[in-house]
Design a protein around this ligand. Structure first.
Ligand SMILES: [Ca+2]
Length: 409
């Protein structure tokens, strides 16, 4: 829709905006107006990669700002981080303008918001050449865009999925990404987790739908603790169990901060200590057989964890879904009896990392490229695991009978 013509029409349009502003400002009494303008917007159709494909309109202490982004990689179509937006509004409508001056060339972005719809007109003006170009863009709210992506990608209506937007500082990729998830229960213990990974302008990077263990309720866990003389103190089993109690306390404290007296997740733990000589710790069948021979009903458990602090072999952890099994190797290359703090680290690896994989978590959900653990004690944003209220009805989604704004079946 870009066109090149002489400057006279642009001048008229801009003069019109300047004329409207004082009139509208006089009618604005509440700084939060207009309702529905602040937030993230996605261009409905984009004909040219150089045009903006997304906008964020924000209201801060310094006033309104607009951030524009395009998915063009050339420096010619880069937008500044933010532009001040002069805005005049009523409760439901707004008009405004942002100006970006680059030497002689000026880019005027006019904003028109009405009835929940946003239109941007972008004018590039170069006075010495009497040139201007113009294009207009129609945008829809990010939430509406996301809902439509869930419908297209999965055939599911999910009006208010969980959303995590990568922070500006510490992001991993050149552009900000967004992860959105929704858990839909399929049985007492299992759910399908739907995942969308998106670019800043709402394009899909990755979709996935997987059958997973639901991250809620009382989850029965059988731990096979493999005994080695070198890494086991006489009270190793007790230290391990103390660490398990501490994991449950993490879940209790988190639920409390959300105003719930019952945690969303409780691990009901049993531990069996097995000598390394008697089993192969990497073979689940072997471990189950050994436990069964000691009178344990192994079928009663939802998760099986092998803890293998082998002083001669340093291995990491892994989680396997169909068998709901976890293996944690001696990733610390410990060769002396593990201390209480080291058992705590092992428990965190097992329960705050590998178990979370059984709930569907992938490392890219909330990739963290700077040091620090922003979701401590958890590995990812609790919102994405359904432990917050995404649809605003006061019930966290994993317990919500109408999760993510869905209607009752
Ligand atoms: Ca809810």
């Amino acid at each position: 829709m870009a066109s090149l013509t002489n400057g006279s029409r642009a001048a008229v349009v801009l003069a019109g905006c300047a004329y409207l502003l004082p009139l509208l400002i006089g009618r604005t009494s509440d700084a939060a107006y207009p309702v529905g303008l602040a937030g993230r917007w996605i261009v409905r159709t984009n004909e040219n990669a150089a045009y903006p494909s997304a906008a964020r309109i924000l209201q801060g202490p310094e006033g309104w700002t607009i951030q524009l982004s395009s998915h063009c990689n050339s420096p010619d179509c880069e937008w500044p981080e933010t532009l001040p937006l002069q805005l005049a509004s009523t409760r439901t409508r707004a008009r405004g303008v942002a100006v970006w001056q680059q030497g002689e060339r000026a880019t005027h972005v006019t904003v028109e918001f009405a009835d929940g719809r946003l239109r941007l007109d972008v004018f590039n003006i170069t006075p010495s050449r009497s040139q201007w170009s113009h294009y207009d863009l129609i945008l829809r709210p990010f939430e509406q865009h996301l809902k439509s992506l869930f419908e297209t990608a999965f055939g599911e209506t999910i009006p208010a999925p969980a959303v995590y937007e990568e922070p500006i500082v510490g992001r991993c990729l050149p552009e900000r990404t967004t992860t959105s998830t929704a858990y839909l229960k399929v049985s007492d213990i299992e759910s399908d987790v739907f995942v969308l990974r998106l670019t800043e302008d709402g394009r899909i990077l990755r979709t996935s739908k997987r059958r997973v263990l639901t991250p809620s309720g009382r989850i029965r866990v059988l731990t096979f603790l493999i005994r080695y003389e070198e890494t086991f103190s006489t009270d190793a089993e007790q230290l391990w169990q103390t660490a398990q109690v501490s994991i449950n306390r993490d879940h209790e404290l988190f639920a409390k901060t959300m105003g719930f007296s019952t945690p969303f997740v409780t691990f009901v733990n049993s531990t069996v200590v097995l000598d390394r000589m008697a089993v192969d710790p990497t073979r689940l069948d072997d471990l189950k057989r050994a436990a069964a021979s000691m009178g344990i009903v192994v079928a009663d458990y939802q998760i099986y964890i092998a803890i293998d602090m082998d002083p001669r072999q340093s291995r990491g952890g892994r989680a396997t879904y169909p068998t709901r099994s976890i293996y944690v190797g001696n990733y610390g290359a410990w060769n002396k009896p593990l201390t209480a703090a080291q058992w705590m680290l092992v428990a965190r690896t097992a329960y705050h990392h590998e178990v979370v994989h059984l709930w569907g978590w992938d490392h890219d959900w909330t990739a963290v490229c700077q040091s620090g653990r922003p979701f401590e004690p958890f590995i990812t944003d609790p919102m994405l695991l359904g432990w917050r209220d995404s649809d605003g009805d006061g019930i966290v989604e994993i317990l919500d009978p109408t999760p993510y704004g869905r209607s009752q079946k």
